[in-house]
Design a protein around this ligand. Structure first.
Ligand SMILES: Nc1ncnc2c1ncn2[C@@H]1O[C@H](COP(=O)(O)OP(=O)(O)OP(=O)(O)O)[C@@H](O)[C@H]1O
Ligand SMILES: [Mg+2]
Length: 368
């Protein structure tokens, strides 16, 4: 539904050039919810704004619903944009208009006749659960309700694509959950494709089918959430399963094991212990519901250094588990996860996903 190819956007300010988006390739499939994560300044908003050409890229291609946006004339582009709705962190409502008036606004701009407009506004408010608040003003409703107005307004032109830039960042966790549920519901009921930016791992966990991580204008990791989590060295996996830095005691092997669904029911730890007559320490771990899947990550410690444990590690891999061994050469308790990413020729992974000692995503970072 959205194809982004070799996209590049450079800002020039005070003689300095910043490549906000620096060669991004990304594909968002029809009907999926795709999340883009990354630190502040990574280029997420710029990327999103290039998808509806609020920002014109310097080079590259943006194809939405089969239309190469950069090749369109003014009028064609305006029509194409009606198929791309957008919601924002701070809602951007008109304070002088009622809820219904805010939703009617884009319809007026589109030249929809009055009677049809009223009908459509009613439909849209129903869709986002705001029918009872049609006559309220933005100052009289909660943040979550304001975002519902934002969503209704974005859907006015019956878009196939919805872009969302930190739409839940200003909301409390409970309200966030209800907005995410609404987005998931709209995605399913209307077949809406959603491209969203977030810094909250929870958003990815709850509703994203696919995700990408951006750093310095580039995509360093992207793919289906489930596939990413099961890929060794995945930053997303480390973000979703925050384990403390591994302290590898001399003469031990510390391994992060990621497993899906039924492997959770397979007692691989006790099998390993029994097969090799070793003590296996469990150092930490968690199981998460990711979409329809259950994915878990367990950090275990085996006696002996990794060379001695070659057979044990092979045993785990053969059981279909994702295995990441913390570096033998780690000093001062610093975890050096070996990047064992198989060259599967899949999604682009640029320049090593296993960055030493660096917090993969600044999830605690202040909102922009
Ligand atoms: N209009 C602009 N003029 C100059 N530089 C800009 C402009 N917009 C963004 N930048 C720069 O481009 C880079 C990427 O910015 P962008 O807003 O896309 O990041 P972001 O990932 O959305 O960050 P945040 O999480 O803080 O919203 C930053 O270095 C930023 O300073
Ligand atoms: Mg931003």
């Amino acid at each position: 539904m959205i194809q982004i190819e070799k996209l590049r956007k450079v800002y020039r300010a005070r003689g300095r050039a910043v490549a906000a988006v620096d060669g991004v390739d990304l594909e968002v499939r029809e009907g999926e919810i795709f999340g883009v994560l990354g630190r502040s300044g990574a280029g997420k908003s710029t990327l999103l704004r290039c998808v509806n050409l609020l920002e014109r890229p310097d080079t590259g291609r943006v194809v939405v619903d089969g239309q190469d946006l950069l090749s369109l004339s003014g009028g064609e582009l305006r029509r194409a944009r009606q198929g791309i709705g957008m919601i924002h962190q701070h809602f951007g409502l008109l304070g002088s208009r009622t809820v219904a008036g805010n939703v009617a606004f884009p319809l007026e701009v589109m030249g929809v006749p009055r009677a049809e407009r009223a009908q459509r506004v009613a439909e849209l408010l129903e869709l986002v659960g705001l029918s009872e608040h049609a006559k309220a003003y933005p100052a009289q409703i909660s943040g979550g309700q304001k975002q519902r107005v934002g969503i209704a307004r974005a859907l006015a032109g019956r878009p196939k694509v919805l872009l969302s830039d930190e739409a839940t960042s200003a909301l409390d966790p409970e309200t966030t959950a209800s907005i995410l549920e609404l987005l998931r519901d709209l995605n399913r009921r209307l077949g809406l494709t959603v491209l969203l930016i977030t810094h909250e791992m929870d958003v990815v966990k709850r509703i994203c089918d696919s995700a990408a991580i951006m750093r310095d204008g580039r995509v360093v990791e992207s793919g289906k959430v489930r596939d990413l989590l099961l890929r060794p060295g995945s930053e997303l996996a480390r973000g979703l399963f925050p384990l403390p830095e591994a302290t590898v005691r001399p003469g031990t092997t510390v391994v992060d094991v990621t497993f899906e669904g039924d492997s959770a029911d397979r007692p691989f730890v006790s099998t390993l212990a029994r097969t090799y007559s070793i003590d296996v320490n469990i150092l930490g771990g968690a199981v998460e519901e990711i979409g329809d899947a259950r994915i878990g990550r367990l950090r275990i410690e085996l006696p002996g250094d990794p060379q001695i444990n070659a057979a044990q590690l092979a045993h785990l891999r053969e059981a279909g588990l994702t295995v990441e061994v913390h570096g033998e050469a780690a000093h001062d308790g610093e975890a050096a996860v070996q990047d064992e990413t198989a060259a599967d020729g899949g999604t682009a992974v640029d320049g090593g996903t296993a960055v030493r000692g660096e917090d993969p995503l600044a999830t605690e970072e202040a909102l922009s």
